[in-house]
Design a protein around this ligand. Structure first.
Ligand code: HAM
Length: 415
C-alpha cells in the first residue's frame, strides 16, 4: 500500500521551494539591513516552555500542541511557534550581555489545527525578534522592516492593523471591565470560551466562532483602558509609523492568540487568502524574559507565515533562470561535453543552468525529453558541430534554430 504524508503536512515541491528560497534570501537581505542576525533553535523543546509563555488557556496550549513523552519520560513538544524558543536561547546563552539583540529565524512550526486553505499542521515561519529596546520607535522600525520586505516581494493589497494590549498595570482593570461586560453574555459564548472566561476572558475576543464574535461586538476596548504609560507608548508607535509613511489601521478588537503580549500588538492581513487572512503578526512582549527566569528585557517581534505569503505571490516572477538542455550525439561529443573544461563546464561557469541529457536515445526522442523537462533552450553537439567548433542552438519557445559559437550562445541565453 502506498504511504502518504499525514493530514496537514505537505511536501514543498521545487516550484514552491524556489519561491521559498527567494523569500528567505530577501529576508536575509532586508532584515540584515536593519542589523538582524540569524539564530537557529531546536524544533523540539520542553512542553513547559510553551505552557509558561503562550499561556495555559490559549487554543495553542489547550488543544494544538504535538506533545509526547520521550524515552526518559520527559514531556516534549514540537514547537508551535518561534518566539518562546528564541527567548529561551537568549536567556540560556546569556545573549542579554549585549544590550540589544536583533535575531531572525526560519523554520517549521507545528499546531494540531483543522487543516484548510492557508492553515496547516506543519507550517513555516520567518520570524524576527528585537530584544532589549523599550522605545515605541523600535516597534515602528520593526513594523516598517516587515512592510519593506513584503513590498519588495511584490505583495499587494495588505493592511497593517495595530492595537495596544496594556501592561501589568492596566490589564487587570481591563480584564475586570471585560468580565463585567461578558457577565450576562456567558451563555452566548462558544463552549470553549464559556469554560475559560473566568481565567482568560481576552480569549473570547480572539475566538473565531460566530457566537463569540457576535457576543463581543460592543466589548470594552483595551485602548480605552490603557494606562498613561501604555497610551504614551501607543501614541509613540503611531507617530513614528506616520513619520515613516507606513500606512496602518487601528483595530481595537485585535488581542492575538498568544498570552505573552504587552502594549503593541499588530497583524498584517491580505486579501486573497480566504478566512485565514493573517499573513504576519506580532507585537511587544516585555514580560516574557522574566517569565522564563531571565533578566527583565523589553522585546518586540513578529512572524510571517511562509505558506500564506507564498500563496499571495506570483510564482512566475521568481526562479527566472532559463533552463538549458545539452544533447551530445556520439562518443566524441559526449566526451567534449563532459570533460574538464568542456562544454558543460564552460556553460556552468558562465552561470547558465544546464541539464545534460544522458540517455542513449535518438535525437528525436532526446528532443522530446528536453521538451518535457521544460527546456527554454536546447543545445546540440553532433559530429558536424565538433568538426566546426560550433553548437546548434534551439529556442524552444520560438522554434528557431541556429548553429553558432558557444560564446554567442551564452550571450543569447543571458540576454
Ligand atoms: P501567530 O499569529 O501565531 O504568531 O503566527 C504568525 C503567523 O504564522 C500567522 O500570521 C500566519 O501567517 C502563520 N500561521 C500561524 N498558524 C498557522 C497555520 N496553522 N498554518 C499556516 N500558517 C500559520 C506567532 O507565532 C508569534 N510567535 C509571532 C511573534 C513573534 N510575536 C512576537 N514575535
Amino acid at each position: 500500500m502506498q504511504i502518504n504524508a499525514i493530514r496537514g503536512f505537505s511536501d514543498i515541491l521545487s516550484e514552491d521551494a524556489a519561491l521559498w528560497a527567494e523569500m528567505e534570501n530577501l529576508a536575509r537581505e532586508v532584515f540584515g539591513l536593519y542589523g538582524f542576525e540569524e539564530i537557529r533553535v531546536p524544533i523540539v523543546e520542553r512542553t513547559e516552555l510553551f505552557k509558561r509563555t503562550i499561556g495555559d488557556t490559549t487554543d495553542i496550549v489547550e488543544k494544538q500542541m504535538y506533545t509526547f513523552t520521550d524515552l526518559k519520560g520527559d514531556s516534549l513538544t514540537l514547537r508551535p511557534e518561534g518566539t518562546a524558543p528564541v527567548v529561551r536561547a537568549y536567556i540560556e546563552n546569556k545573549l542579554y550581555t549585549v544590550p540589544v539583540q536583533r535575531l531572525f529565524y526560519f523554520g517549521p512550526m507545528f499546531r494540531y489545527e483543522r487543516p484548510q486553505k492557508g492553515r496547516y499542521r506543519q507550517f513555516h515561519q520567518i520570524g524576527a525578534e528585537l530584544l532589549g529596546e523599550l522605545a515605541p520607535s523600535s516597534d515602528a522600525e520593526v513594523i516598517q522592516m516587515l512592510e519593506i520586505y513584503l513590498d519588495r516581494l511584490g505583495l499587494k493589497d495588505k493592511t497593517i492593523e495595530i492595537n495596544t494590549l496594556g501592561c501589568a498595570a492596566c490589564r487587570p482593570a481591563y480584564r475586570d471591565a471585560l468580565l463585567l461586560f461578558l457577565k450576562d453574555k456567558v451563555e452566548d459564548l462558544c463552549e470553549n470560551c464559556q469554560r475559560r472566561v473566568e481565567k482568560n476572558p481576552l480569549r473570547a475576543l480572539d475566538c473565531k466562532s460566530a457566537k463569540c464574535i457576535e457576543a463581543t461586538q460592543n466589548a470594552p476596548s483595551t485602548i480605552d483602558h490603557a494606562c498613561a504609560e501604555c497610551s504614551e507608548h501607543f501614541n509613540g508607535v503611531k507617530d513614528t509609523l506616520e513619520k515613516m509613511a507606513v500606512t496602518f489601521e487601528i483595530n481595537p478588537r485585535m488581542v492575538r492568540g498568544l498570552d505573552y503580549y504587552t502594549k503593541t500588538a499588530f497583524e498584517v492581513t491580505a486579501t486573497g487568502l480566504g478566512a485565514q487572512n493573517s499573513v504576519a503578526a506580532g507585537g511587544r512582549y516585555d514580560n516574557l524574559t522574566k517569565e522564563l527566569s531571565g533578566p527583565e528585557v523589553p522585546c518586540f517581534g513578529f512572524a510571517i507565515g511562509f505558506e500564506r505569503l507564498a500563496m499571495l505571490l506570483n510564482k512566475e516572477n521568481f526562479n527566472k533562470a532559463k533552463k538549458v538542455v545539452l544533447i551530445a550525439l556520439g562518443d566524441d561529443a559526449v566526451t567534449a561535453a563532459l570533460k574538464k573544461g568542456g562544454t558543460l563546464d564552460t556553460l556552468r561557469e558562465a552561470g547558465l543552468r544546464v541539464i545534460f541529457e544522458h540517455s542513449e536515445a535518438s535525437v528525436k526522442s532526446k528532443m522530446k525529453k528536453a521538451n518535457k523537462l521544460g527546456a527554454d533552450y536546447v543545445l546540440i553537439i553532433g559530429e558536424d558541430e565538433l568538426k566546426e567548433g560550433t553548437v546548434t542552438f534551439k529556442d524552444m519557445e520560438k522554434g528557431e534554430q541556429v548553429k553558432t559559437q558557444l560564446s554567442d550562445i551564452i550571450k543569447m541565453v543571458k540576454a
